[in-house]
Design a protein around this ligand. Structure first.
Ligand code: CA2
Length: 143
């Protein structure tokens, strides 16, 4: 089973700024965590981070026929991007939304999630562990 993990804007700054909010782990630590979790679950995983909305849309479109599910942390685009929502809908793959922080207990504008209007599962506020939970959900839903 192949899963595409997408990470949105500024997540490449993990561990460099705002550790009180996002933790001390770097983006490379997150990638290692996802790879280890995927290995434990016998999943093939591709991980892609972009600061560009269009690149994320293209990555979602290209997932059609290649992947069995998507795990996505669209970061700030979560709260703004109808384009990412439309791409997820168009591709129609089982999709789990993940956030490191609890978007429901931060600024009010973070409570709205366009990704969540399509995602079948959302995990937030569990840090890196949320990615493992989403990968597990893909295994159970897509098999
Ligand atoms: O909690 C999450 O995972 C978020 O998706 C992170 C986004 C934020 O816009 C969402 O509301 C919730 C921000 C990612 C930025 O990550 C940084 C990491 C370190 C330093 C600065 C930004």
């Amino acid at each position: 089973m192949k899963v595409l993990v997408l990470n949105g804007p500024n997540l490449n700054m993990l561990g460099i700024r705002e550790p009180a909010l996002y933790g001390n782990g770097t983006y490379n630590d997150l990638v290692d965590f996802i790879r280890d979790a995927a290995k434990e679950l016998y999943l093939d995983v591709e991980i892609f981070q972009s600061n560009s909305e269009g690149e994320l849309v293209t990555a979602i479109q290209n997932a059609l026929g290649k992947f069995d599910g998507i795990v996505i942390n669209a970061a700030a685009y979560t709260h703004t991007s109808v384009a990412i929502l439309d791409a997820l809908k168009a591709v129609g793959l089982p999709t789990a939304e993940v956030h490191l922080t609890d978007i429901h207990n931060r600024e009010p504008f973070r409570r709205l999630s366009y990704v969540g209007m399509y995602a079948h599962k959302t995990v937030c506020g569990k840090g890196f562990e949320g990615y493992r939970e989403c990968l597990k959900w893909i295994v159970t839903s897509a098999s």
